[in-house]
Unconditional design. Structure first.
Length: 205
């Protein structure tokens, strides 16, 4: 069973529909008890970093997440804001502590906004930079983005893919059973479905 965490940051049902199209059993929940029954856990999200962390704390799910993901090594995927929240801290609006599972900081694009509109919206080429489990067998690494911020990991070895938009930036991270993607696989058609299938196929070692 896949549990999609409902913490009030949107984007839940499009992810659920994509997973169900792949044959997965999916539950949307904010109940920490459901994480114990999950085989895979997904944290989607659209919105601001401080709001995301505030909402996760308010529903009281962080201790259960740490138990199931960090201790029990259940496969975890963060999408868009959900990926950013993996970082140590984010600088959107104010400096805010994140989950800290991926050491690093989330910052805004530093580009010429006359040439590169922010937020970065639309399709872009993604370049896998490692033997990432997520990108296996994907013919066309073109994915859909909507964001102004992105994660900069301290350890370059956790970077699974990058992209160019006025500057080179990290779009996917992979650290053992923890995955994060800045783009929206659920909106990225065939390539996105293949990436989600790869995540579903990832099993605890």
């Amino acid at each position: 069973m896949v549990v999609i965490i409902d913490y009030g940051m949107g984007n839940l049902f499009s992810v659920k529909n994509a997973l169900e199209a792949l044959g997965a059993e999916v539950t949307i929940s904010k109940n920490p008890e459901d994480l114990k029954r999950a085989d895979h856990i997904i944290l989607p999200g659209v919105g601001a970093f401080p709001d995301g962390m505030k909402n996760l704390k308010e529903i009281g799910i962080i201790p259960a997440l740490e138990e199931e993901v960090l201790k029990n090594k259940k496969p975890f995927l963060g999408i868009c804001l959900g990926s950013q929240l993996l970082a140590s801290e984010g600088e959107e609006h104010e400096l805010t502590s994140g989950l800290g599972w991926i050491k690093g900081r989330v910052r805004k694009f530093k580009v010429n906004e006359n040439q590169f509109r922010i937020p970065h919206v639309g399709w872009n080429d993604v370049s896998p930079v490692s033997e990432s489990s997520l990108f296996k067998g994907i013919d066309s690494n073109i994915f859909y983005f909507v964001h102004s911020y992105f994660i900069i990991p301290e350890n370059p070895e956790v970077v699974a893919a990058t992209c160019e938009y006025g500057e080179k930036f990290t779009v996917a991270v992979e650290q053992e059973n923890i995955f994060g993607v800045q783009f929206h696989p659920e909106k990225s058609q065939k390539s996105g479905l293949k990436l989600l299938k790869n995540f579903l196929n990832y099993a605890r070692k």
